[in-house]
Design a binder for this molecule. Structure first.
Ligand code: 2AM
Length: 180
C-alpha cells in the first residue's frame, strides 16, 4: 500500500533511519548545550535522522512507484552507535557520528543505494558518512563535549521529505518499512 504524499514546493526526498525517541532526546539535549554556548540553529528533536540515500527532487508521478519498489526491498537490521560529535567547517554543521562505522550499517546504506540505482531513482551510489545533523549554521563550535554513546538496533527504514519553511528546512517521514 502506498501513502498519498503531499509535495511542498522545493521538496527533496531521502531514505533514512529515524532516531528512536530516547536517542533523539539525549542528542537534542547535548546539542542544546552547544547552542547555549556557541549559537547555531538546533534541529528539532523529532527531525533527527541518519540519511541512508539522498534522492533530491522526485517527480510527483513517480512517488507511488518509489514506495512500491521500497516495499519490495529486503534489507537487514543494523546496529547503530553514535559516540562522537564532529563539526564540518564547509557547511557549519554539528553532527553526531561514530568512531568506528559498523559494517552492517554501511552495508545497509550501500545495498539500499544499489537497489535505488537499479530502480532508476538514483544515478549512482554515493559514499555513506553515517551522521545525525544536530545543529546548522554553527560558526564557531569551540571545544566539543564528549558524547556518551547512544545505541540502538535499527528495525525500520523510512522515506522522508524535507522542504524549505519559514524556520529553515522542515522534515517529515512519509512512509516506513521494517528491516529484516
Ligand atoms: P545533512 O543533514 O548532512 O545536511 C535531508 O536534507 C537530508 O539529506 C539531510 O540529512 C541531509 O544531510 C541530506 N542531504 C542533503 N543533501 C544531500 C546530498 N546532496 N547528498 C547526500 N545527502 C544529502
Amino acid at each position: 500500500m502506498s501513502t498519498e504524499i503531499v509535495v511542498p514546493p522545493g521538496a527533496r526526498f531521502f531514505f533514512a533511519l529515524w532516531l528512536p525517541v530516547d536517542a533523539a532526546k539525549k542528542l537534542h539535549t547535548v546539542a542544546g548545550g552547544v547552542v547555549g554556548r556557541c549559537g547555531g540553529r538546533l534541529m528539532r528533536e523529532d527531525a533527527l535522522h541518519i540519511t541512508l540515500a539522498f534522492l533530491g527532487e522526485v517527480p510527483e508521478r513517480r512517488l507511488v512507484e518509489l514506495q512500491k519498489v521500497a516495499a519490495e526491498f529486503k534489507l537487514q537490521k543494523a546496529p547503530v552507535r553514535l559516540d562522537r560529535l564532529g563539526f564540518w567547517n564547509h557547511n557549519h554543521i554539528l553532527w553526531a557520528g561514530t568512531k568506528e562505522p559498523d559494517p552492517a550499517l554501511s552495508a545497509l546504506a550501500a545495498e539500499l543505494q544499489d537497489l535505488l540505482v537499479k530502480a532508476g531513482f538514483l544515478t549512482d551510489a554515493k559514499p555513506f558518512l553515517p551522521h545525525v545533523t544536530l545543529l546548522r549554521k554553527l560558526l564557531h563550535p569551540g571545544a566539543l563535549p564528549e558524547l556518551p554513546a547512544v545505541e540502538w538496533s535499527a528495525a525500520e527504514f523510512v522515506l522522508a521529505k524535507s522542504w524549505p519553511s519559514d524556520r529553515g528546512s522542515a522534515y517529515e517521514t512519509v512512509a516506513r518499512w521494517p528491516l529484516n
